[in-house]
Design a protein. Structure first.
Length: 202
Protein backbone atom coordinates (compact mmCIF):
# COMPACT_ATOMS: atom_id res chain seq x y z
CA UNK A 1 0.00 0.00 0.00
CA UNK A 2 1.30 3.45 -0.82
CA UNK A 3 0.12 6.88 0.21
CA UNK A 4 0.23 10.09 -1.79
CA UNK A 5 -0.67 13.26 0.08
CA UNK A 6 -2.33 15.53 -2.46
CA UNK A 7 -2.17 19.26 -2.05
CA UNK A 8 1.22 19.42 -0.35
CA UNK A 9 4.42 19.20 -2.39
CA UNK A 10 7.86 18.56 -0.96
CA UNK A 11 10.86 20.07 -2.72
CA UNK A 12 14.44 19.06 -2.10
CA UNK A 13 17.10 21.74 -2.43
CA UNK A 14 20.78 21.02 -2.72
CA UNK A 15 23.44 23.69 -2.30
CA UNK A 16 26.68 23.17 -4.19
CA UNK A 17 29.63 25.19 -2.91
CA UNK A 18 32.67 25.46 -5.16
CA UNK A 19 36.12 25.40 -3.58
CA UNK A 20 39.62 25.99 -4.93
CA UNK A 21 43.08 24.61 -4.22
CA UNK A 22 44.44 28.08 -4.82
CA UNK A 23 44.41 30.61 -1.98
CA UNK A 24 41.42 32.93 -2.28
CA UNK A 25 42.00 36.39 -3.67
CA UNK A 26 40.33 39.14 -1.69
CA UNK A 27 38.78 40.46 -4.90
CA UNK A 28 37.49 37.07 -6.19
CA UNK A 29 33.75 36.59 -6.75
CA UNK A 30 32.18 33.74 -4.77
CA UNK A 31 28.66 32.35 -4.64
CA UNK A 32 26.43 29.34 -4.38
CA UNK A 33 24.19 27.51 -6.84
CA UNK A 34 20.91 26.03 -5.58
CA UNK A 35 19.36 23.14 -7.49
CA UNK A 36 15.68 22.31 -7.04
CA UNK A 37 14.20 18.95 -7.92
CA UNK A 38 11.50 16.46 -7.06
CA UNK A 39 11.24 12.67 -7.23
CA UNK A 40 7.75 11.39 -8.01
CA UNK A 41 6.33 7.92 -7.44
CA UNK A 42 4.48 8.34 -10.76
CA UNK A 43 1.44 6.51 -9.41
CA UNK A 44 -1.60 8.24 -10.97
CA UNK A 45 -2.57 11.65 -12.26
CA UNK A 46 -5.61 12.84 -10.29
CA UNK A 47 -8.16 15.25 -11.74
CA UNK A 48 -11.65 16.48 -10.92
CA UNK A 49 -14.53 15.14 -13.00
CA UNK A 50 -12.16 13.92 -15.75
CA UNK A 51 -10.82 17.44 -16.40
CA UNK A 52 -7.43 16.00 -17.12
CA UNK A 53 -6.13 19.32 -18.45
CA UNK A 54 -6.56 20.92 -15.03
CA UNK A 55 -3.19 21.81 -13.52
CA UNK A 56 -2.28 20.73 -10.00
CA UNK A 57 -4.38 18.93 -7.41
CA UNK A 58 -6.39 21.85 -5.97
CA UNK A 59 -9.99 21.62 -7.16
CA UNK A 60 -13.20 23.65 -6.74
CA UNK A 61 -16.71 22.23 -6.34
CA UNK A 62 -19.57 24.76 -6.35
CA UNK A 63 -22.86 23.80 -4.71
CA UNK A 64 -26.19 25.22 -5.80
CA UNK A 65 -27.42 28.38 -4.05
CA UNK A 66 -30.08 27.61 -1.45
CA UNK A 67 -32.28 29.72 0.83
CA UNK A 68 -32.55 30.17 4.59
CA UNK A 69 -36.09 28.75 4.48
CA UNK A 70 -34.67 25.48 3.14
CA UNK A 71 -33.14 24.87 6.58
CA UNK A 72 -36.45 25.10 8.47
CA UNK A 73 -36.41 21.38 9.29
CA UNK A 74 -33.49 19.22 10.47
CA UNK A 75 -31.58 17.77 7.52
CA UNK A 76 -28.91 15.63 9.18
CA UNK A 77 -26.28 13.46 7.53
CA UNK A 78 -28.62 12.30 4.74
CA UNK A 79 -29.24 15.83 3.43
CA UNK A 80 -29.50 16.35 -0.32
CA UNK A 81 -29.96 20.15 -0.09
CA UNK A 82 -28.00 21.88 -2.83
CA UNK A 83 -26.27 18.59 -3.53
CA UNK A 84 -23.43 18.46 -6.01
CA UNK A 85 -21.88 15.29 -7.38
CA UNK A 86 -18.22 15.11 -8.34
CA UNK A 87 -15.53 12.55 -9.02
CA UNK A 88 -11.80 12.12 -8.63
CA UNK A 89 -10.48 10.65 -11.87
CA UNK A 90 -7.20 8.78 -12.04
CA UNK A 91 -5.31 8.35 -15.29
CA UNK A 92 -1.85 7.19 -16.25
CA UNK A 93 -1.63 4.83 -13.28
CA UNK A 94 1.29 2.43 -13.12
CA UNK A 95 -0.33 -0.94 -13.81
CA UNK A 96 2.59 -2.75 -12.18
CA UNK A 97 2.02 -1.13 -8.80
CA UNK A 98 -1.59 0.11 -8.68
CA UNK A 99 -4.63 -2.19 -8.75
CA UNK A 100 -7.01 -0.25 -6.47
CA UNK A 101 -7.27 3.31 -5.20
CA UNK A 102 -9.14 5.12 -2.46
CA UNK A 103 -9.04 8.56 -0.86
CA UNK A 104 -8.83 9.71 2.75
CA UNK A 105 -10.43 13.11 3.52
CA UNK A 106 -9.32 15.46 6.29
CA UNK A 107 -10.24 19.05 7.13
CA UNK A 108 -7.89 21.74 5.87
CA UNK A 109 -7.00 25.44 6.08
CA UNK A 110 -9.26 26.61 8.91
CA UNK A 111 -12.09 24.19 8.17
CA UNK A 112 -12.81 21.71 10.97
CA UNK A 113 -15.13 18.75 11.51
CA UNK A 114 -17.64 17.84 14.19
CA UNK A 115 -18.16 14.54 16.00
CA UNK A 116 -20.44 13.35 13.21
CA UNK A 117 -17.71 13.89 10.63
CA UNK A 118 -19.35 16.82 8.87
CA UNK A 119 -17.30 19.70 7.48
CA UNK A 120 -17.52 22.88 9.56
CA UNK A 121 -16.57 26.03 7.62
CA UNK A 122 -14.32 28.56 9.33
CA UNK A 123 -16.53 30.70 11.57
CA UNK A 124 -14.41 33.85 11.32
CA UNK A 125 -14.77 34.31 7.56
CA UNK A 126 -16.30 37.67 6.70
CA UNK A 127 -19.86 37.35 5.39
CA UNK A 128 -20.09 33.64 6.25
CA UNK A 129 -23.45 31.96 6.74
CA UNK A 130 -24.17 30.83 10.30
CA UNK A 131 -24.99 27.28 11.42
CA UNK A 132 -24.29 25.67 8.05
CA UNK A 133 -22.15 22.54 7.68
CA UNK A 134 -21.41 20.34 4.68
CA UNK A 135 -21.89 16.59 4.51
CA UNK A 136 -19.67 14.55 2.18
CA UNK A 137 -20.71 11.08 1.02
CA UNK A 138 -19.60 8.27 -1.26
CA UNK A 139 -21.59 7.88 -4.46
CA UNK A 140 -20.14 4.98 -6.42
CA UNK A 141 -18.17 1.73 -6.56
CA UNK A 142 -20.83 0.10 -4.35
CA UNK A 143 -20.28 2.69 -1.59
CA UNK A 144 -22.96 5.21 -0.55
CA UNK A 145 -22.04 5.82 3.10
CA UNK A 146 -21.22 9.18 4.66
CA UNK A 147 -17.56 10.18 4.62
CA UNK A 148 -16.76 11.20 8.18
CA UNK A 149 -14.06 13.81 7.77
CA UNK A 150 -10.99 13.51 10.03
CA UNK A 151 -11.87 9.88 10.75
CA UNK A 152 -10.77 6.82 8.77
CA UNK A 153 -13.02 7.18 5.74
CA UNK A 154 -11.39 5.64 2.64
CA UNK A 155 -14.21 3.09 2.33
CA UNK A 156 -14.77 3.50 -1.42
CA UNK A 157 -12.31 1.54 -3.57
CA UNK A 158 -11.84 2.13 -7.29
CA UNK A 159 -10.50 -0.66 -9.47
CA UNK A 160 -7.76 0.57 -11.80
CA UNK A 161 -8.18 -0.83 -15.30
CA UNK A 162 -5.74 -0.01 -18.11
CA UNK A 163 -4.30 2.71 -15.87
CA UNK A 164 -7.66 4.44 -15.31
CA UNK A 165 -10.12 4.59 -12.40
CA UNK A 166 -12.75 6.86 -10.82
CA UNK A 167 -13.97 7.65 -7.31
CA UNK A 168 -17.47 9.15 -7.05
CA UNK A 169 -18.73 11.51 -4.35
CA UNK A 170 -21.45 14.02 -3.46
CA UNK A 171 -21.61 16.97 -1.08
CA UNK A 172 -24.62 18.80 0.36
CA UNK A 173 -25.58 21.46 2.90
CA UNK A 174 -26.84 20.58 6.36
CA UNK A 175 -27.25 22.40 9.67
CA UNK A 176 -24.51 22.86 12.25
CA UNK A 177 -24.63 21.04 15.57
CA UNK A 178 -25.82 24.11 17.47
CA UNK A 179 -28.69 24.77 15.08
CA UNK A 180 -32.16 25.42 16.42
CA UNK A 181 -34.90 26.63 14.09
CA UNK A 182 -36.12 29.16 16.65
CA UNK A 183 -33.28 30.15 18.97
CA UNK A 184 -30.23 29.57 16.74
CA UNK A 185 -31.31 29.44 13.09
CA UNK A 186 -29.29 29.46 9.89
CA UNK A 187 -28.41 32.94 8.63
CA UNK A 188 -27.61 33.98 5.06
CA UNK A 189 -24.05 34.26 3.81
CA UNK A 190 -21.30 32.46 1.95
CA UNK A 191 -20.29 28.87 2.68
CA UNK A 192 -16.71 27.83 2.03
CA UNK A 193 -14.95 24.77 3.41
CA UNK A 194 -11.75 23.03 2.42
CA UNK A 195 -10.80 19.39 2.64
CA UNK A 196 -7.51 17.68 1.86
CA UNK A 197 -7.47 14.25 0.25
CA UNK A 198 -4.75 11.68 0.44
CA UNK A 199 -4.70 9.04 -2.28
CA UNK A 200 -4.12 5.48 -1.10
CA UNK A 201 -2.96 2.96 -3.67
CA UNK A 202 -2.98 -0.83 -3.39
Amino acid sequence: MSLKNVGMGVAVALVLSAGSAVAADSTADTGTITFHGMVSTNTCKVSLDQKIDQNGNDFDVTLDTVFVKDFANALGATSTLGQKKFSLSMTGCDAATVAKASAQFDSWAGTTSNEGGMLVPASNAQGAAKNVNLVLSNDGNSATDQIKVDQTNNTQKATITDGVGNLFYKVAYTQGQGWDSTSNPVTAGTVQAQVAFTMIYE
